[in-house]
Design a protein around this ligand. Sequence first.
Ligand SMILES: Nc1ncnc2c1ncn2[C@@H]1O[C@H](COP(=O)(O)OP(=O)(O)O)[C@@H](O)[C@H]1O
Ligand SMILES: [Mg+2]
Length: 282
Amino acid sequence: MRVVLVSCDLLPEGDGDEESLVAALVRDGVDVTWQPWGGPVDADLVVLRATWDYTEHLDEFLAWCATVPALANPLPVVRWNIDKSYMAELASRGVPVVPTAVVEPGQEPDFPDGEFVVKPAVGAGSRGAGRFTDHAAARAHLEAIGVKALVQPYQSSVDENGETALVFFAGEYSHSFHKGPMLAQGLGEAESGLYVEERLGSIEPSPRQVDLANQVLDVAAELLSLRRSDFLYARVDVVEGPDGAPLLLELELTEPSLGFRLTTGEAAERFSKAIQAAASGA
Ligand SMILES: Nc1ncnc2c1ncn2[C@@H]1O[C@H](COP(=O)(O)OP(=O)(O)O)[C@@H](O)[C@H]1O
Ligand SMILES: [Mg+2]
């Protein structure tokens, strides 16, 4: 069985987080290799992992995805998930999300009171995301990025509690990790050019967070006319809302870091098994 993990030219073998996954696949006898996206690829399953430069090459990336025979997650999932306006769709289906307004280029935004975040609808690694109170500065930022953007009230719980990432394989909960706040006042600085360095740790989610993550996956699967087990991997990032209840900040179905370094080896084992089941068409 041959499996390709997809990366990008800047990080051909990812950022090292997946070493335990590769080891688990090799132990299970899988022929696994890393390959940057863009070239011809041939495998039983091609798993998007560290493709973090795609936001600057979106059309090219999606065109390449369309040429890949057995892509995980599949192209319709990637297309839908790459544009964070899915937040509004999930909200309209009753999912508790961080309140999200979608602003088209040139459109006059209606900013929330107090502190708020402006971020590109297609973005990763906190690039282009900024935290504002001043409307003129936020307008200037929207103009500077010049693309569809999301505007959200800043969730101040993030300053103290950060966010919790809940990871699922083939629709089943696996493990969680914790991320510190990413946005200082103003703009995030991406030193690596790919992502703002994250402060991460291990965490146990609350039952309410797990319930929310399950709801998010169920509704997303319904919207896409899929079973949630069709999501080979999924990461649900939740924060605490103003009343303490969890809110969705982001659903990552394209190229999320899965935090293998932050949890036990069992997570990599679980992902290895899910990959093999998907690769064998089970
Ligand atoms: N509404 C918000 N309130 C508080 N922090 C936010 C908000 N939106 C984004 N952030 C911060 O910015 C980071 C990046 O935003 P996110 O929506 O997760 O996009 P991505 O991870 O795809 O770049 C988050 O990890 C979080 O720290
Ligand atoms: Mg994020």
